[in-house]
Design a protein around this ligand. Structure first.
Ligand SMILES: [Zn+2]
Length: 569
């Protein structure tokens, strides 16, 4: 490829809209161009890198026994309603109608299609297991697309669906995917953690996320310094605090707390820490009132609560709910809950006594509230939002919160989809049974952005060789020197003949611009052919990853470049 002919122009300045390094550098390097918020054109350089990621994914999927097919992007809405996901996805789902008024969606993932397809095609236990996958564009109507390729409305994904006879088979298929995913991310040169995660709107049980470390990542996870615990912050469970002896109980006493409708206000008024307050957070779960009791200095993790009631939707009380159901907002106390309320206490409640809590009366609280004597608890559960420094559930050491970009997610779905959809097979006894399913995604376009987040410097992108759009850039540093131009052309030809993916920068630009662009685009090896070098019989070589420069004899330049490329990470 001649850079004088390459479609796309590098940008001298940082685009104003770019928040993340990957966004900035991928735009500046002409890998992508924005069409509208969250929707991008993939330019020739970007497409080459994207295809390399796809090729790695395909190789590892094929090697694991998965079979590629292609499912449509435009899908009927009905199966999504059957599985409850039409509602669960909400506005994030791209919805449309055809001319007959039929409701359609643009697929964000394809569990419904895959489950119906396999059940129709493979009817016997003898046909199983099977793993099908595709590499296809996916859609999400993100409320606020941002960070370039990290939160977009259209993205390229590999999604695989495994189908087994039973749970044991599903777990075995899951383990095969886990190993294949590790190889994919290792080959892409990513630094990542494999983290226990929350199933979110996909549903199901055991699942893991592959989280690429990144300061701009919006996906948080906790890790123990001992290396024995990793979890998504939504799924993370801190070690429950030690219960305290329930002796020395004070009588429950009503006190006047004017204008103290928040934990902070009560805490300030009484001069007692928030951790001594008992907070009652009210929710509606399918029409029932749910109270989560938690220490005043902690927050409720609503994802945990949603999981407890799944698939019943759970929402926090709004102002109208308090009035309608007879609660005084800001002054709710657990001793006021009737039998109709489901009272769930977080572990933090067992670690305290003589609580300060609401008196169910405006401007009043009680002190000395104690579980059992003054209020009841129906369930004790982990409902807390994890925070930095919480004890590790395995060893008790403090947990750290890390930022990352999720590049892959694997799920054990069980029969979550096959049961509502009626996707069954006939077992050995001749009875129909639901398929045991797994779902496994890799964000191809996300990998591209995550790799750039991890591998760049102040000059530009530092591609690993496996993903670089081209491996070597031959720079003609002195355009008006005939011998230098001829030698550069020769080296370019020789490299192409050796099977190297090579570009020649033959543009009518200054040497400085060419050097800057070569660094920006991030070719692993640069070969610089200039007047002074040629007259001395040498070329300059540069390894982008280390910035290390060396000379090579002009005659053997292409071989030296190939050798250097061999040492590129
Ligand atoms: Zn630990």
């Amino acid at each position: 490829m001649r850079l004088s002919q390459l479609f796309g122009r590098t940008l001298r300045e940082d685009p104003a809209e770019a928040e993340a390094s990957s966004h900035r550098l991928l735009l500046r390097g002409a890998f992508f161009r924005q069409v509208m918020a969250g929707v991008y054109t993939t330019m020739p350089l970007g497409l080459r890198t994207m295809r390399k990621v796809e090729a790695i994914v395909r190789e590892e999927m094929d090697a694991s026994g998965a079979q590629e097919l292609r499912m449509p992007i435009v899908l009927p809405a009905e199966p999504w309603k059957t599985t409850g996901r039409y509602e669960a996805y909400g506005d994030t789902l791209f919805k449309l109608q055809d001319r007959h008024g039929r409701e359609l969606i643009l697929g964000p993932t394809q569990e419904e299609v895959a489950a119906a397809l396999v059940a129709a095609e493979f009817t016997s236990y003898r046909d199983l297991p099977v793993n099908i996958y595709q590499v296809e564009w996916k859609y999400r109507d993100e409320y606020r697309p941002r960070f370039g390729l990290l939160r977009v409305r259209e993205f390229l994904m590999k999604d695989a669906y495994t189908f087994d006879r039973d749970e044991e088979g599903m777990v075995a298929s899951y383990d095969v995917m886990m190993q294949a995913y590790k190889r994919v991310f290792d080959r892409c040169g990513l630094s990542y953690a494999i983290v226990e995660a929350d199933p979110g709107t996909i549903g199901g049980g055991v699942n893991h996320e592959f989280m690429a470390h990144s300061d701009v990542g919006e996906d948080l996870y906790v890790s123990c310094s001992n290396g024995d615990y990793l979890a998504d912050t939504e799924a993370a469970r801190p070690r429950p605090p030690e219960p305290v002896a329930q002796d020395g109980l004070e009588p429950m006493t009503k006190i006047n707390t004017p204008d103290a409708a928040t934990i902070d206000a009560v805490s300030a008024q009484l001069g007692r820490p928030a951790s001594e307050m008992l907070k009652n957070v009210l929710f509606d779960a399918g029409g029932r009132t749910v109270a989560v009791l938690i220490a005043g200095d902690r927050e409720v993790n609503e994802t945990k609560l949603e999981r407890r009631f799944f698939p019943t939707p759970v929402r926090r009380f709004e102002d109208a709910d308090f009035a309608k159901r007879g609660y005084v907002k800001g002054y709710v106390g657990p001793h006021g809950f009737g039998e109709d309320v489901i009272v769930i206490a977080d572990h933090s409640i067992a670690a305290g006594k003589n609580w300060v809590t609401g008196a169910n009366e405006v401007d009043h609280h009680v002190t000395g509230a104690n579980e059992g004597r003054d209020f009841r608890v129906d369930e004790v559960a982990d409902m807390v939002q994890i925070r930095e420094g919480d004890p590790c559930p395995v060893c008790g050491q403090p947990l750290r919160i890390e930022r990352s970009i999720v590049v892959g997610h694997i799920y054990q779905l069980g029969t979550r989809y096959s049961e509502p959809l009626g996707s069954t097979f006939i077992d050995q006894e001749g009875s129909p049974r639901p398929l045991w399913m797994g779902s496994h995604g890799i964000g191809i376009s996300r990998i591209v952005a995550a790799v750039v987040e991890q591998r760049h410097d102040e000059h530009g992108i530092v591609w690993p060789r496996a993903l670089a759009p081209y491996e070597v850039c031959v720079v003609i540093a002195t355009r008006d020197h005939e011998v230098a131009v001829a030698e550069a052309e020769r080296i370019y030809r020789e490299l192409a003949e050796r099977g190297v993916e090579v570009v020649i920068d033959d543009r009518e630009e200054s040497a400085g611009v060419k050097f800057a662009d070569a660094d920006l685009v991030g070719y692993p090896v640069q070969v610089v052919v200039g007047k002074r070098g040629v007259e001395g019989g040498t070329v300059d070589l540069k390894l982008r990853a280390t910035g290390e420069r060396s000379h090579a004899p002009l005659a053997g330049a292409s071989r030296s470049a190939v050798d250097l490329l061999g040492s590129a990470p």
